[in-house]
Design a protein around this ligand. Structure first.
Ligand SMILES: Cc1cc2nc3c(=O)[nH]c(=O)nc-3n(C[C@H](O)[C@H](O)[C@H](O)COP(=O)(O)OP(=O)(O)OC[C@H]3O[C@@H](n4cnc5c(N)ncnc54)[C@H](O)[C@@H]3O)c2cc1C
Length: 473
């Protein structure tokens, strides 16, 4: 396969590795520019069931700009309430969706949707679908000052100006980038003292989809703080129950496999939790026994120090992988895709002679630095959230109760649209009926007002982090 273009007026060509949330969102964003792209995906073209996702205002706004939002709204289920429970069935706090200020302000509800349905919508509505190639597992990338060539396991290759790793937490593009950095640019890496950040997985995750369960009503989200574990249970359209359980690897005294989709094996893993409450009158055993599909995976966490180099760049889980507790992974993957598209769109204007590696490298560095600022704080909050929710420490148990007082404010702040929330710059912002006009003003307003308003949460989270360190978690 020879897909590279030549000629003095050729279009800038981006090779996207991975056709999931990040990769397909980037493809959509580039579709409305004069940038050429090719998407290479290892899977066949069917989208597996996976998990349920919560689409938050930051992701919803990008989907809206891309013309995908109405389909997501039609096929998903709006969140009605969010309840947090202790494992013995006591309620810590219930927050109605209307109490969450950011949702009213932006008029984007939290939408519960299966990952398969969301990916189906994003793919089906992509105009340049012929640029997406399935069954192309990328295994090698060769970069030069002139171009980059990406090789797939089926024997094909494609050349372009830039390769984007949207290939998830075990990113081949990231590995290949570091391979180049180490071999080609040894002196400069040594001077910057950077290397690939290893993945950590302090938690294992079991997630699944169950048939409707009495007591788990559509649109209700339930979160349980357990002793060494936590759950999130969301009931979507057709009363399908999307569930997820994070289990701390230390302290459970249990050795568990790293990955499995064998229900008998998973039954052994969750056996100690079957009698625990996920609401006042529903126990986890009921949810697990109704499972149509379930899987055990490591819950990796990593925030990469370097996201781009020469003709390589990473977005989504490839560079910022969080546990699902904040429900931000996919939403932030969309944000990273949109913001990268903004920078590439400006870069590719003008003549082909400007597509130099140096200019590209500095454009990507500017993008990376600006994007990292927002992602670092979300990553930090996500790290804290999973450790507090599944804690075995009495100090953090006290903090759980304290934080319970701020649930509505916390969810509101974390799901709000601010000046740092990415959007597609070259597409108009859709007018949301009944949305406050504040978002635009707030986006353009002085940053210190925003920082002042988020101070209580920042202070609380900093305190929590201090405690986490003190107790050695
Ligand atoms: C249980 C669970 C619940 C979650 N809930 C939420 C939620 O409510 N809200 C939210 O925002 N996020 C949620 N997330 C996180 C979210 O799913 C991820 O952050 C998101 O999918 C990241 O998207 P991505 O495109 O970066 O990577 P991925 O979705 O991992 O996609 C990577 C793609 O690259 C392909 N690929 C990999 N290697 C290669 C290769 N060598 N060559 C070609 N293709 C390759 C893969 O096949 C895949 O299609 C959840 C995650 C889990 C596990």
């Amino acid at each position: 396969m020879a897909m590279s273009k030549t000629g003095s007026q050729r279009l800038f060509h981006v090779i996207i590795v991975g056709a999931s949330i990040a990769g397909l969102t980037l493809a959509h964003c580039l579709s409305s520019t004069s940038i050429d792209f090719t998407v290479l995906e290892a899977r066949s073209d069917s989208f597996s069931d996976g998990a349920g996702l919560a689409i938050l205002p930051n992701g919803a706004r990008i989907l809206d700009q891309l013309g995908l939002y109405q389909d997501v709204l039609d096929q998903g289920q709006c969140m009605v309430s969010h309840s947090t429970w202790f494992e013995d069935g006591r309620l810590l706090r219930r927050v109605g969706a209307r109490q969450i200020r950011s949702l009213g302000r932006t008029n984007y509800p939290v939408i519960i949707i299966s990952r398969r349905v969301l990916l189906g919508i994003i793919y089906a509505r992509l105009q340049r679908r012929t640029c997406v190639f399935f069954n192309r597992r990328v295994y090698r990338i060769v970069s030069s000052p002139q171009d980059v060539t990406v090789y797939s396991a089926d024997g094909s290759s494609v050349s372009g100006d830039l390769v984007v790793g949207a290939d998830g937490v075990y990113s081949t593009v990231r590995t290949q980038m570091w391979h180049h950095i180490k071999n080609v640019d040894d002196a400069s890496t040594r001077s910057h003292r950077l290397s690939e950040v290893p993945l950590t997985d302090a938690f294992a995750g079991v997630f699944g989809i169950s048939q409707s369960i009495p007591g788990l009503e559509r649109g209700n989200v339930h979160r349980t703080y357990g002793h060494g574990w936590s759950t999130i249970i969301m009931t979507g359209a057709d009363s399908k129950v999307f569930w997820f359980i994070a289990i701390a690897r230390t302290g459970t005294g249990q050795s568990m496999p790293r990955r499995s989709s064998d229900k008998a094996c998973l039954a052994g893993v969750v056996e100690p939790l079957l009698e625990k409450h996920v609401t006042f009158n529903v126990k986890f055993g009921e949810v697990f026994n109704h499972a149509e599909s379930c899987i055990l995976v490591p819950l990796e966490e990593s925030f990469q120090t370097r996201w781009s180099w020469n003709r390589f760049v990473g977005i989504g889980d490839a560079v910022h992988k969080m546990t699902p507790n904040l429900a931000e992974g996919a939403n932030c993957a969309m944000e990273s895709a949109a913001s990268l598209a903004n920078h590439l769109s400006s870069f590719s204007r003008g003549s082909t002679s400007l597509y130099t590696q140096e200019r590209l490298g500095s454009t990507l560095k500017i993008w990376e630095d600006s994007r990292k600022r927002r992602m670092k704080s979300l990553f930090f909050v996500s790290q804290c959230a999973v450790r507090i929710e599944a804690t075995t420490s009495w100090v953090l148990r006290l903090l759980q109760k304290f934080l319970g007082l701020f649930h509505a404010m916390g969810i509101g702040l974390l799901t709000d649209i601010t000046s740092r929330t990415a959007r597609v710059d070259h597409l108009p912002l859709p007018l949301r009926k009944d949305a406050e006009r504040v978002p635009r003003n707030k986006e353009q307003g002085p940053e210190w007002i925003l920082q002042l308003s988020t101070f209580p949460l920042t202070a609380t989270v900093s305190l929590i982090f201090y405690v986490l360190h003190a107790v050695g978690m």
